[in-house]
Design a protein around this ligand. Structure first.
Ligand SMILES: *[C@@H]1O[C@H](CO)[C@@H](O)[C@H](O)[C@H]1NC(C)=O
Ligand SMILES: *[C@@H]1O[C@H](CO)[C@@H](O)[C@H](O)[C@H]1NC(C)=O
Ligand SMILES: *[C@@H]1O[C@H](CO)[C@@H](O)[C@H](O)[C@H]1NC(C)=O
Length: 557
């Protein structure tokens, strides 16, 4: 067909072509706009900081987000509606370090962390009860709005899955830490005791026999406690609220289509996950922004009042002689509660390293004693991610929480970590084994350990190795946020990703571990052996008898 330029036909064709291009460009990238419900009953800020970027991204892609949580947005965002739980106080600055002398509990000389389970359990029950009975949930259940997907957290209990079950939509679960012992079976993903330390232990993928034994005992004890205590208690709260018609939460939770976890093999070691469990570690790390210079408004009004904190942050960076060392024990630990002798030890180490400038998050309403070294600067809040990637920052003193740890690894900053509770021990074990830093346990937190630890991680060789290893964490075929979004939209598009359904979650441990097959094999090998043995015995008996008769006969002759 020969169409002349500028002829009416040519113009019509061009117009049609342009309309198609515009329509294609305006369509959301993959799935159509979906109704997405977020259900987050745990009031821990560090958890939510891992979740929020996912929802921002989904809202930006045109999905409509209804978010039930303790953490409303500071600035409104299109396609994102907050519903804020009020039932429990936030878990910010709640850990009082005065209560710990040491954080390494031992039994027979081995780390003993079973009590952590009970702490998680009682927290979880409290948050479950207040969320379930919140008027927000009543309104949610009576609203006619239907959801294409529900995103919730798998953590200390499965309370919110009951709400998801009542709303009858596919579920994606998020985990801010390495998955808990009770998450393996529900996803049908394997746990290999020899290389996968459980969450509360400072082990890595290299364990000796005794460590593997302790790992085994912890994993199965905690898992059993969860099954015997947490699941029935959750079921009881659910039936109190919704009556007895629901399946047990242990069944409901197996409907989870996909789990996205804050892990990455370059930091936390190789683990064989089933395809319905996807590592998206580090997804909260957005693009680097310059440090704010003046008139910064503190976005965390719950932590401290508005004040211009950063007037001199960039200048501090430039002025430091050898570089900056950043100290933060996360949002839950209140550093002002550091026991006096440990605080003195830290301050002495800092004073000892005059060439370095130290920055710490320290609430301004708790003034520091006169013993504060002159090279230590305190701030109510610091822009951690951008600070860590600043070229002047040479080390990070932290508690091995996973957000800060992944940020430091991303930026290639060596760490000196003091784990306090929960999965911090596991993260510490992993980062020390992979050469990203050193551990100084709280019991050893004295001048000598802190100074020698810092000297070690500031050595050029150590720092160079950290930067090299960080590449493996940072360089990926797809950013973790893109990966998470792809999977979530895939679950929406396929209405729950039935192809990901993992049979392993429905079979019991006897079959899962092939105990029945081992028994059959034993029988197949054992029965013939037994038969042969019996035959030999019979033969010997017969031979013996024959000999005996012969002998008798000879005697008689
Ligand atoms: C909100 O969603 C609509 C589609 O539902 C989309 O066109 C729009 O860009 C979204 N808004 C923002 C700010 O992302
Ligand atoms: C988006 O969700 C809110 C509830 O969170 C709802 O009121 C609104 O109607 C929804 N918008 C669309 C376009 O579905
Ligand atoms: C699992 O999900 C399917 C479809 O989403 C639903 O029909 C079924 O009732 C759910 N089962 C449980 C135990 O929640």
């Amino acid at each position: 067909m020969d169409i002349k330029r500028n002829s009416p036909k040519w113009r019509r064709t061009t117009m049609a072509f342009l309309v198609v291009v515009v329509v294609v460009l305006l369509l959301p990238a993959s799935s159509e706009a979906a109704e997405i419900l977020g259900l987050f009953a745990h009031p821990g800020k560090s958890h939510f900081e891992f979740f929020r970027p996912i929802f921002r991204e989904l809202a930006g892609r045109g999905h409509n987000i209804s978010m039930y949580s303790y953490f409303p947005l500071e600035q409104p965002l299109a396609n994102y509606t907050d519903y804020v739980f009020k039932g429990s106080p936030l878990l910010t600055d709640v850990i009082d370090l005065m209560k710990f002398k040491t954080t390494e509990r031992t039994l027979l000389g081995l780390p003993y962390k079973i009590p952590t389970y009970f702490m998680l359990h009682s927290w979880g029950m409290r948050f479950c009860q207040s969320a379930l009975n919140s008027p927000l949930i009543a309104d949610l259940l009576s609203s006619p709005l239907r959801y294409d997907l529900i995103i919730l957290e798998h953590f200390a209990n499965d309370c919110m899955t009951a709400v998801a079950h009542l709303l009858n939509a596919p579920v994606v679960a998020l985990s801010t830490c390495a998955i808990m012992p009770w998450h393996y079976q529900r996803m049908g993903t394997p746990h290999i005791n020899a290389i996968m330390p459980m969450n509360f232990l400072t082990y890595s993928d290299e364990m000796g026999l005794i460590d593997r034994l302790n790992n085994f005992i912890h994993f199965h004890t905690v898992n059993t406690l969860y099954e015997w205590i947490t699941q029935p208690a959750t079921d009881a709260l659910i039936s109190q609220r919704f009556g007895f018609g629901l399946p047990s939460v242990n069944e409901i939770v197996k409907n989870t289509s996909l789990m996205l976890i804050n892990q990455h093999y370059a930091l936390t070691g190789i683990s064989p996950y089933a395809p319905n469990v996807v590592e998206v570690g580090g997804l909260q790390i957005g693009p680097q922004k310059p440090l704010p210079e003046v008139g910064w408004i503190n976005p965390f009004k719950d932590v401290s009042p508005v004040m211009p904190l950063f007037q001199h942050l960039e200048k501090l960076m430039e002025d430091s002689l050898s570089g900056v060392i950043y100290i933060s024990w996360g949002s839950m630990v209140d550093p002002t509660t550091l026991p006096i002798e440990k605080r003195r030890a830290l301050f002495k180490s800092i004073a000892h390293m005059k060439d370095y400038t130290f920055l710490i998050r320290w609430k301004s309403d708790k003034p520091l004693a006169q013993d504060k070294p002159s090279n230590l600067f305190t701030f109510d809040w610091l822009p951690q991610r951008d600070l860590l990637c600043h070229p002047r920052v040479k080390a990070f003193i932290s508690h091995a929480g996973l957000l800060g740890t992944t940020e430091a690894v991303h930026c290639g900053v060596p760490m000196l970590v003091t784990p306090f509770f929960g999965d911090q021990f596991l993260n510490a074990g992993a980062l020390a084994q992979r050469g990203f830093g050193v551990i100084v346990h709280f019991g050893d937190f004295d001048e000598q350990h802190i100074t020698s630890g810092l000297q070690k991680i500031l050595e050029k060789e150590f720092a160079d190795k950290v930067r090299r290893s960080a590449k493996a964490f940072r360089e990926r075929p797809q950013s973790p946020l893109e990966l998470a979004t792809w999977w979530i939209e895939h679950v929406i598009d396929t209405r729950g990703a039935p192809m990901l359904e993992n049979r392993a979650r429905h079979i019991n441990w006897f079959v899962y571990n092939s105990i029945d097959v081992y028994l059959c094999c034993l029988a197949i090998i054992g029965l013939p052996l037994f038969a042969i043995w019996q035959l030999v015995r019979l033969l010997r008996l017969t031979l013996g008898l024959m000999n005996a008769t012969k002998n008798q006969k000879t005697k008689v002759q």
